[in-house]
Design a protein around this ligand. Structure first.
Ligand SMILES: NC(=O)c1ccc[n+]([C@@H]2O[C@H](COP(=O)([O-])OP(=O)(O)OC[C@H]3O[C@@H](n4cnc5c(N)ncnc54)[C@H](OP(=O)(O)O)[C@@H]3O)[C@@H](O)[C@H]2O)c1
Length: 345
């Protein structure tokens, strides 16, 4: 599988990564996933065989259970793969059991290391922006963890563009480690980040790690206009995350285009949806979810072929969002001097 450098770092990550939010065993929720250690081990092996080297979790997934299941599933294989986890969300009832204070980061890291049964985290990510903690406090706590050998690289997730830019500036000003990646929601039915976050990532060389690339299952071809969804338990619904900004009508137009291309190419709709992201500017790796090994097998195939330029154009056109100000103005009047608007392949 192709690997790419993660932002402004020397770390090579596979273009597909496995999200392990569904690794939770009996403690998991049926809707998100209940993958136990045995099945997780099978899935990790399938990923390694296919060339996937990046596995993403978070301390908050199933209240730590996802980290525990992943930790057991990678036993004996630690040096063959990269573990990414996150800190920020609530992990206890106390006032310091959340956020990005030095106090919480240091404790959360020790807890994650224990649950993951490892000595180090390859990529430690701020799971959200903490407006109450000065960024230099957060980044210097990460710096200490890096110097102690407990963390190798740092990234962030769900930041606004100004949050990320301020963090990069803080790192530069105080000679602190820099976020190498930004984990963001991006899919054929969620392209809002193309206005600001993608151009920023390209300009500042921060790698984009995509979360929920299938819009939590909506883009797998099993949800179609005017039809009942599948009868089995499934994650996606109109009311759940990730929130859909485009109209239902447009979203179903996207799905029909995905299915049409999949049928013409002899691949699955899921693979088309993932493949489109692999070709978008700034994207380093696409962190997909899979409820079971069958879904995983399908998703891993997404990196074995490539959409044509014409197919990309069709998908770009049907999924395009109407830009808010100032982006419509920039597209209309400033495009020749700003080739990143809109971001082009
Ligand atoms: N940073 C953040 O804030 C954040 C937020 C969310 C997720 N994440 C990360 O992103 C990862 C992926 O998120 P996600 O699970 O929402 O991603 P996703 O890839 O958009 O959706 C995965 C879901 O789609 C369905 N699916 C997947 N492959 C399929 C296939 N081949 N055929 C049919 N259905 C299929 C399954 O759900 P059903 O079987 O239920 O339909 C599966 O659980 C997470 O594990 C986590 O690591 C990060």
């Amino acid at each position: 599988m192709e690997t790419r450098l993660l932002g402004n770092s020397g770390l090579q990550v596979s273009v597909l990564a496995l999200g392990t939010m569904s690794f939770a065993g009996k403690e998991g929720s049926p809707r998100i996933g209940t993958t136990d250690v045995d099945e997780a081990r099978t899935m990790v092996d399938m990923c390694l065989d296919a060339g996937v080297n990046l596995f993403d979790t978070a301390n908050t997934y199933a209240q730590g259970r996802s980290e525990e299941v992943l930790g057991q599933a990678i036993k004996g294989k630690r040096d063959r793969l990269l573990v990414a986890t996150k800190v920020f969300g609530r992990m206890g009832d106390g006032p310091n059991d959340r956020g990005l204070s030095r106090a919480h980061i240091i404790k959360a890291c020790e807890d994650s290391l224990r649950r993951l049964n490892t000595d180090y985290i390859d990529l430690y990510q701020a799971h959200g922006f903490d407006a109450f903690t000065p960024l230099d406090e957060t980044l210097s706590a990460f710096d200490d963890l890096i110097r102690a050998g407990k963390v190798r690289y740092i990234g962030c997730s769900n930041y606004s563009a100004w949050h990320l830019m301020k963090a990069l500036w803080t790192s530069e000003k105080y000679l602190l480690p820099r976020y190498v990646s930004h984990q963001v929601y991006y899919s054929l039915v969620g392209r809002e980040l193309e206005y600001e976050l993608v151009p920023l990532s390209l300009d500042q060389n921060v790698g984009i790690l995509v979360w929920s690339p299938l819009a939590a299952g909506f883009l797998t071809g099993k949800f179609r206009r005017g039809q009942e969804g599948p009868s089995e338990v499934h994650r996606w619904s109109w009311d759940s995350d990730p929130a859909m900004q485009m109209s239902q009508d447009q979203a179903y137009d996207v799905v029909e285009t995905v299915i049409d291309i999949a049928q013409q190419r002899g691949v699955t709709p899921t693979q088309v949806s993932l493949n489109w992201l692999l070709r978008k500017p700034g994207v380093t790796s696409v962190i997909f979810g899979a409820r079971n090994p069958q879904q995983l097998q399908d998703n891993l195939q997404a990196a074995t072929w490539r959409l044509t330029d014409e197919e990309m154009d069709r998908l770009d056109a049907v999924s395009e969002l109407k830009p808010p100000y100032p982006y419509w103005h920039q597209r209309k009047y400033a495009y020749p001097r700003n080739p990143g608007i809109p971001s082009k392949r």
